[in-house]
Write a protein that binds this ligand. Structure first.
Ligand code: LMR
Length: 394
């Protein structure tokens, strides 16, 4: 029976990781998958996570099962981090998931259960896994325009015009901050306009929040999702701890579901646990527990925030250096967007041929749509990338 299946279509980010590994050139540069790297090229275990891990090793007395939706302490700590102290706790349901992708999948499953006919709207472009999961689930999907290829900023007018076609009961996927793959983000007043439109259209927002703390800071990066939570009756959030806690392989993520009424939140709490049970039973605990320890302990939390801030500033410094080097080499301001984008990624606007040329001639690996991971650079490699970009004629 199994021979009936053929190879699945390649995942372009995972395929790129493999191609990079197979390239023998010692000076190759990996700007592909979204992992943070220090200037020395290391993806570190964050200090507070390491300290929590030590404490846990000493203190943990059992590895018996957690709750099927994970630990309430993790839910509370993450809800506080994302939605802040003013969140309507009685309207919130939550479940720990295997990473942010697990949460995205769970949110989409929930939408499919509640409204199989709902169209799920994605930004064009978006993280490719949004599309592949939707396709796998057989859910209707549509795109709204988001990125302006000319300015490399948000084409807000086009976004609103497209979202104006959303029907009551549809769902709209929004990137909470640090848009992947473009790096172009909504301003707070724009979040307000999107909230008003979704409210008028009676559409459900699903916010994918994978980079809180990587853009403008922990609170600033959550301002958009907090605004939605304050204004809308219902909201789904799929959040990841992979990047901002550096626990990629531990698979720590969370679904938060804001419901219209406390009674509905109790039902959805049951559904989230039930969904976990149907797919993998209990969610992974180790990463979620470390994150909870860090968030609950004032000293660990302060150290985590300090290190996260260092990470954020490193990326901003690389952005500034790249924008300035490109301005000098190209004698033009057309790359100023690199310094304005936020988070790990920027979409350069290079054609697939130009991306291929940069790979062939300079060993620079970026996703085919010209998404670069800024954190894959360091002070020494920025000029190499800048030269390659200008030589390729971008
Ligand atoms: C990325 O976009 O590179 C990251 O979110 C990692 C992934 O799983 O694709």
């Amino acid at each position: 029976m199994l021979e009936r299946l053929d190879q699945p279509p390649a995942d372009k980010i995972l395929a790129l990781m493999q191609e990079f590994r197979a390239d023998p050139r010692p000076d190759k540069i990996d700007l592909g998958v979204g992992v943070y790297r220090t200037p020395e090229g290391v993806t570190p275990v964050m200090r507070a996570i390491r300290a929590a891990e030590r404490q846990l090793w000493e203190a943990e007395t059992t590895k018996t099962y957690t709750g099927v939706a994970g630990e309430p302490a993790f839910h509370a700590a993450m809800a506080d981090l994302i939605l802040g102290p003013d969140r309507p706790t009685d309207r919130l349901a939550a479940a720990a998931t295997p990473g942010g992708t697990g949460a995205v999948r769970q949110c989409l499953d929930l939408i499919r259960l509640a409204a199989p006919e709902a169209t799920v709207w994605l930004s064009a472009p978006t993280w490719p896994t949004h599309q592949t999961i939707l396709r796998y689930l057989g859910m209707p999907m549509a795109e709204y325009r988001y990125f302006d290829d000319e300015s490399r900023g948000v084409d807000f007018e086009a976004m609103l015009a497209d979202l104006d076609r959303v029907r009551p009961g549809d769902a709209v996927v929004l990137h909470g901050c640090c848009h992947n793959p473009t790096g172009a983000n909504l301003t707070l007043p724009q979040w307000g306009e999107v909230a008003a439109l979704l409210e008028a259209r009676q559409a459900l927002p699903l916010v994918d929040l994978a980079y809180q703390g990587f853009g403008d800071g922990l609170d600033a990066d959550a301002a958009g999702v907090r605004l939605l939570a304050a204004r809308l009756p219902e909201l789904l959030i799929a959040a990841s701890c992979s990047k901002n806690f550096g626990v990629y392989r531990e698979r720590a993520g969370i679904t938060l579901a804001l419901c219209a009424e406390p009674a509905a939140a109790r039902v959805i709490q049951g559904r989230l646990g039930w969904l976990n049970r149907q797919t993998y039973s209990f969610p992974p605990d180790h990463g979620a527990r470390l994150v909870t320890m860090v968030l609950e302990d004032p000293a660990l939390r302060a150290d985590w925030q300090a290190e996260l801030e260092e990470v954020r500033r490193n990326m901003l410094a690389l952005r500034t250096q790249l924008a300035e080097t490109l301005r000098d080499l190209a004698h033009s301001d057309r790359f100023a967007f690199v310094a304005q984008h936020r988070g790990m990624f920027s979409r350069l606007g290079a054609s697939p041929e130009q991306v291929a040329r940069m790979r062939a001639d300079h060993g620079i690996y970026m996703v085919g749509d010209s998404r670069v991971n800024i954190a894959g650079l360091n002070r020494a490699t920025v000029p190499i990338l800048a030269e390659a970009i200008v030589k390729a004629g971008v």
